[in-house]
Design a protein around this ligand. Structure first.
Ligand SMILES: [Zn+2]
Length: 279
């Protein structure tokens, strides 16, 4: 090998090394300089992570569902206070990392607390169902203004009315509707016969409401009163519907049917569903 060739190779190697260094320098500089993002958010879930941190799933109004780490959030007297409780309405600041799925949460400030609902066992059960469904249904990083507004409205009503029955039923109905899985409420999905005043029937294995002729074993009823309530849910805001005790059965029927359709769509059982029976 001539001296000239050796020198050329050495020079090329040096040039290549310079290119590599400047590329990785640029990447790390970009990582360092990546600006913090800010969004209004609803906390969906948190899990302990290591000794001091928390893994947080939140629905950002402008970011969609995001998962991140809140460092030091498990220590007492930490800077997050009660901002990371389930369904807390917060302003959140976080930094995205190019190479990782989890963002780093820098700061969270409480905009609206649902303290009463979060600290009461029965009420917090209702919040837990809303949180589980939202977490499972919302795709990551996809903005969903209607779901954001729905969750907030429902959490406010649980807090204001001291009861999850009507808000949860409304939430389940609207989640199914926004998801596009709401069946027709006026006629049988198989034969098209109008239900009239007779009960419509459903189960968790198929979508749709069935008439008494087409019903399959084990199906449960949605009576006329519950179907009328669904019509009110479709047309009126939750905070304008009063909860009368006489509606208890309809509220429950509608919730149970909606939960069955959600489970059918998710192809899994909701872990929080059975807690509803114990409160
Ligand atoms: Zn039928």
């Amino acid at each position: 090998m001539s001296a000239r060739v050796v020198i050329t190779i050495a020079l090329r190697a040096r040039a290549l090394r310079t290119v590599c260094f400047s590329l990785s320098d640029a990447a790390s500089a970009r990582r360092l300089l990546m600006p913090a993002r800010e969004t209004e958010a609803i906390i969906l879930k948190t899990f302990p992570l290591g000794e001091a941190d928390r893994l947080v799933s939140f629905l950002g109004r402008s970011s969609g569902r995001v998962r991140g780490v809140a460092a030091g959030a498990r220590r007492l007297q930490n800077r997050y206070g009660s901002t990371l409780e389930v369904l807390s309405h917060v302003q959140i600041w976080y930094v995205e990392k190019e190479t990782r799925e989890l963002v780093r949460i820098q700061q969270a400030e409480l905009l609206e607390s649902f303290h009463k609902a979060q600290s009461d066992y029965s009420l917090s059960t209702g919040l837990a169902v809303i949180s589980e469904i939202s977490e499972l249904i919302l795709p990551e990083h996809e903005v969903s203004e209607p779901m954001f507004r729905l969750i907030l409205l429902v959490a406010r009503e649980v807090e204001r009315t001291d009861d999850w029955a009507l808000p949860l039923s409304y939430f389940v109905f609207w989640t199914v509707r926004l998801g596009g899985w709401l069946p027709r409420f006026d006629r049988c999905v198989v034969c098209g016969t109008p239900f009239g005043s007779k009960p419509a029937l459903y189960d968790a294995h198929q979508s749709g409401l069935f008439c008494e002729k087409c019903r399959r074993p084990g199906m449960k009823p949605v009576h006329l009163e519950a179907r009328n309530l669904a019509e009110r849910f479709a047309g009126e805001r939750l905070d304008r519907i009063e909860y009368e005790k006489s509606r208890q059965a309809s509220v429950r029927e509608l919730r149970e049917a909606g939960l069955a359709w959600i489970e059918n769509h998710l192809e899994r059982r909701l872990a929080t569903r059975e807690l509803l029976e114990t409160t």
